[in-house]
Design a protein around this ligand. Sequence first.
Ligand SMILES: [Zn+2]
Length: 620
Amino acid sequence: MPGFNFEIEMKKSTKIITITALLLNISMAAIAQIKAYTVADAHSHNDYKNNIPFYRAYEKGFGSIEADVYAVKGQLMVAHDKKEISAKRSLKVLYIDPLIEKLSRDPQRHLRLLIEIKEDYKAVLPLVITELKPLEKFFAYEGHPGRLSIVMTGAVPPAAVMPNYPDWMSFDVDHLDGFTETQWKKIGLVSFPLSRYVHWNGKGVFNAEEIKRVKGGIDSVHNAGKKVRFFETPDTKSSWLAMLRLGVDVIGTDDIEGLGNFLNGKDRSEYTATQPYAIYHPTYKSDGEVKKVKNIILCIGDGMGLSQIYATYTANRGQLNIFQMLNIGFSLTYSADAYITDSAAGATAFASGQKTNDRAVGVDAAGKPLKSLADYSAEAGKKTADIVVCELTDATPAAFYAHNSERSKATDIASQIVSSPVDIFLGSAYKDFTVTRDGESAVDKMKQKGYTVVRNFDDFLTTPATKILGLMDDSVTRPKMDGRGNYLPLALKKVTQAFKNAPNGFFMMIEGSQIDHGGHANNLKQIITENADFDRVVGDALRFADEDGETLVIVTADHETGGLTLLDGNINKGYVWGNFSTNDHTGTPVPIFTYGPHSLDFRGVFNNTEIFNKIKALLK
Ligand SMILES: [Zn+2]
């Protein structure tokens, strides 16, 4: 490392520790806690250079803003270079006046103003004292708990004269040595160039030796009781993440929106699973055999792309039922009229074998009704089930029993349930099925057809009825992270128990409906908790397939949601950091995993409509 000797640096800092150790008991204890980052820890570096100085960073919630100043004819002018000085760009106009206005209006707001002295502190500092006078009541310093910290940086005076300046004025320095106790009290921030510790372009991660060096620099400042920032850091997500991990106090950027969004979305981007669940280890006895398929369990993870699956694998400490499945393919999800499918066109493709327009359920692109796998299965003498953890009128379940060019016509869709041969339905949206047409509702008609309509989940699980319409309250199908119980695994168990002696077997579609909701909400916890719940269902389906020997299990998705990428993770700790590129669906192909007889049929890369064709070929 040119220009840096770790041991010498540590010796220097040890000297300071002895000087200040007695004063620092309180701040040392605070430092020992793990830092929770918010946008208040962000620093708008070169703030005066962006098109809207001060306001952009302030409104984004930044806790620290920087302005470079020159003393010009008795006034502080904001500029990076002497040539940029212009009459309109004074510190008063660009920073002091806006600060007075904003801090007066927002009594909760704290801010650090970092003023960089470009040259001649003897000319600049007296002007800072005069020009900042209107802000005095906001100043924060020892014995004065205000909301505005003033830190001078750049061409600061020598340590010996720092105590001559007002108590509210502190200084930013790039070293720890050579200060007396009184002088050290004037230090408000310590800033190091990152290159003193490591040469990095912001890509990849530090190795153990580099982490040790950088951490050494950070710890030396923390041990001396001050806050630390690095400058000349790459302005990338990887760099911001590295600074967070290392425990830097102030993260600088020129990308106000980028870092602001990164920190504001942090709570929803991170997840650590508290308790891993055990997975099922299949026997593989019937896996890949070319023999009769009696039962088919089609498990759909709505919005479940490879990143969602791998995030769940990571959270579960490197174990996943889905990853026990050996036969793997990819499904191309584009619809008839769009590169990006929605759940309606996606479900219609695997339910009925036709690429249709987005928003269309159970009809082709011209609006013609299509028969679904549930219809074909019933014709083949099989029992059928349509099981979801969302509204039963939602796109995926509807594609198996309804026909409508517009997925949002929920009551029309509900009314079509009476024409479906499906034996067991489970979902929510009871009210859509109670709307009357010709004096009768779908619920009335289903009862006349011999269905038992249940509103309570325990009743659903215990009813001996063979035709069931289960319509739960929304509280029963609420997100897993909000306390939904074992709804989905119990529903699978109920259906497999009810159907296991059916002479011609069964076809069931069971959906992890809310993985998609987590993607739309850009909420990693929601994605992983829903995907883990769905993975448990897959484990139970694999166990059933092993016990039965004639069951094919298919696991896939209709599309990916959120454009999720994984920026960091730790399999041992069950920790994941995700990044979302959109709050909508994406066009990336989704994986398909299969287990049991004929599972080899699903290898390769194919259109989502092929899922229908491959299943239909087995319905004999
Ligand atoms: Zn969606």
